[in-house]
Design a protein around this ligand. Structure first.
Ligand code: ZN
Ligand code: ZN
Length: 139
């Protein structure tokens, strides 16, 4: 299976091969600010299954709640953030699930940072108050 994720203007395109290792929804305030929406959905793919096929990206790096950096790659033209590289999961790349514009994209298996989620959101997902994912060992 091959899927393409693209930014809002369509210039930046990623090709993702195979199924995502994990799909996770995040309610945290950082994701809210990044997306302008009330939560983000990340599709994590093994690094070697993701390739940029068109366009140029710029990266913005910030520490995540875990204290390890995450670099967000966004389109130079329209500013959509399309993928991110979490230092604590160096074998994975997170891709913005909405960028696939695919109604049949696999559903998230969990929601994290529900403690920062909006009270009226009631999603049919296992919810974690924070992020329970274990970090990869430090390099
Ligand atoms: Zn764009
Ligand atoms: Zn988040």
């Amino acid at each position: 299976m091959e899927r393409h994720a693209s930014c809002h203007c369509g210039k930046l395109v990623l090709r993702c091969t195979g199924e995502p290792s994990k799909v996770s929804l995040c309610h945290c305030f950082d994701c809210q600010r990044r997306t302008g929406s009330l939560f983000s959905v990340a599709a994590f793919f093994p690094r070697d299954r993701v390739a940029v096929t068109a366009g140029e990206a710029k990266a913005f790096t910030r520490p995540s709640a875990s204290g390890r950096d995450v670099s967000f790659h966004f389109c130079l033209e329209c500013g959509s953030s399309l993928w991110w590289e979490p230092d604590r999961l160096p074998h994975l790349i997170g891709v913005a699930a909405g960028a696939f514009a695919d109604r049949d994209f696999p559903m998230p298996e969990q929601a994290v940072w529900s403690e920062q989620g909006h009270a009226w959101l009631d999603l049919p997902l296992v919810a974690h108050p924070r992020n329970p994912v274990k970090a990869a060992p430090s390099k």
